[in-house]
Design a protein around this ligand. Structure first.
Ligand code: ZN
Ligand code: ZN
Length: 448
């Protein structure tokens, strides 16, 4: 705190009285950092530097990202007037604004923007703004050393380095650390003294999935004069929450899902009788889950992991999900067009796992939950099933799903069709199965 205060004061001194007025601080960074580019602009102007092109802000979602794959109308909005011929410069500018930022995910862009501002703040403090870019290896080391004084962790330093490299790439400048293995060696030297044992996070294995499902099927305790599950009585609300949490944990594990993908699921993404309708009688009672876009699914093909029918009826996740939807009043809208446009977010249907309202504990069905909400549900579900939640987090579901499937020998390229995990192999795009039987192997691995 003392150090941060002193640092800020020294920066303000550098900026002079007029520049100092433009300085606002980001209160959420470990290293002192301006909240905007304004003070950097001031400092550059005072030095006669032309660095405006360094100061791009690309953290907002582009219109093409925000359109949720409804890209045709979005592009129509952005395209030039048909009656005019735009200059090359105008087309390039539009491309750079609307398409170029998407080479990185929008959350990554936000983090990198913060790191760029931190580095610029440091450069003002250090008095090296004119020499900052392209950054020499020495300047990078100086930055890292000064950052360490603020007890910055390896994870943050590593991200700062990546942000600096991406910055150079974007500006077509020669990046630091271009020497052979110098990036790797630098990270080695930084991790040597910072290696801390990570918090161990357990996967949700088949046993826990069974307990979650059993818990999700438990009826509410008998209580008289109750209008029923949707009546909003305290006991019933509690039961609905318990079912949602347990089902979120079990479903996420069975389909090897990330929390963000779960948060994106709507009731119309549960495709009942999917394979049955295609003529596969043996999968009667099962369902496909439509995962619109997964992190490594760069081509937006989507994934449809399957939920099968168990031998023991109490583990029937498809039935339990249907019952939860019914009790919670979450129904597929009659005009829903999800099956014809599986890649789009549906504007008519509620989320499959709605978050709870902060004040009334009612389920919020007109807005999607966040991935943080989902992580909370999964952990809460495990708690309800009797587990020590200190050992689990939202990621436990995906880990449990993948490890259970791998242990049961599900081939990796089939697993990928369900989970979209990393290690991209181009050939996977062309895998077309004659039967969905292999897709049910992940489900079968849980032996429910
Ligand atoms: Zn009740
Ligand atoms: Zn829908």
């Amino acid at each position: 705190m003392v150090r941060t205060k002193a640092f800020r004061a020294q920066v303000l001194l550098r900026l002079g009285s007029r520049g100092a007025a433009s300085a606002t601080w980001n209160s959420r960074t470990q290293l002192p950092s301006f909240l905007t580019f304004a003070p950097v602009r001031r400092a550059a102007a005072a030095l006669g530097l032309r660095i405006e092109h360094w100061l791009y802000a690309d953290a907002d979602e582009t219109d093409l990202e925000a359109c949720q794959a409804n890209w045709r109308p979005a592009v129509r909005q952005l395209a030039h007037e048909p009656s005019s011929v735009p200059s090359v410069a105008a087309s390039v500018a539009a491309f750079n604004r609307h398409v170029l930022p998407m080479e990185r995910a929008h959350r990554t862009r936000g983090k990198y923007l913060t790191h760029r501002r931190t580095v610029l703040t440091w450069a003002v403090w250090k008095g090296v703004l004119p020499q900052l870019l392209p950054m020499s290896d020495d300047l990078l080391r100086a930055f890292l050393w000064d950052a360490l004084a603020f007890e910055t962790s390896l994870a943050v330093l590593r991200q700062a380095i990546n942000a600096i490299l991406a910055w150079h790439e974007r500006l077509h400048l020669a990046p630091p650390l271009s020497g052979k293995r110098s990036h790797k060696r630098l990270l080695h030297s930084l991790s040597r003294f910072q290696g801390v044992p990570r918090r161990h996070i357990f996967p949700i294995y088949a046993g826990a999935v069974k307990r979650l499902l059993a818990e999700a099927g438990r009826p509410p305790p008998a209580h008289p004069a109750c209008p029923g599950l949707r009546g909003g009585c305290r006991v019933c609300t509690e039961t609905l929450h318990a079912r949602r949490d347990c089902l979120a944990g079990a479903t996420a594990t069975l389909i090897c899902s990330r929390c963000a993908e779960m948060a994106d699921l709507q009731v119309c993404d549960l495709w009942l009788r999917f394979d049955e309708q295609a003529g596969y009688e043996r999968f009667k009672g099962g369902a496909a889950v439509n995962v619109k876009v997964r992190k490594n699914d760069q081509f937006r093909q989507g994934h449809q992991p399957r939920l099968g029918v168990p031998r023991r009826p109490e583990y029937d996740v498809v039935k339990l999900l249907q019952r939860f939807m019914r009790d919670a009043g979450l129904a597929v809208h009659p005009a829903c067009a999800k099956r014809t446009h599986p890649e789009k977010r549906c504007s008519l249907c509620p989320p499959l796992f709605p978050r709870s309202s902060r004040c009334s504990r009612a389920l919020v069905s007109d807005r999607p939950p966040t991935s943080g909400d989902l992580s909370g549900m999964i952990v809460a579900g495990l708690h309800r099933a009797g587990y020590d939640t200190a050992l689990f987090s939202g990621i436990s579901a995906r880990r449990g799903g993948l490890s259970t499937a791998i242990e049961a020998g599900v081939p990796e390229h089939i697993l990928w069709m369900q989970s979209g995990h990393a290690q991209d192999v181009a050939a996977r795009r062309y895998v077309q199965l004659g039967s969905p039987a292999l897709l049910y192997n992940t489900w079968a691995a849980f032996r429910l």
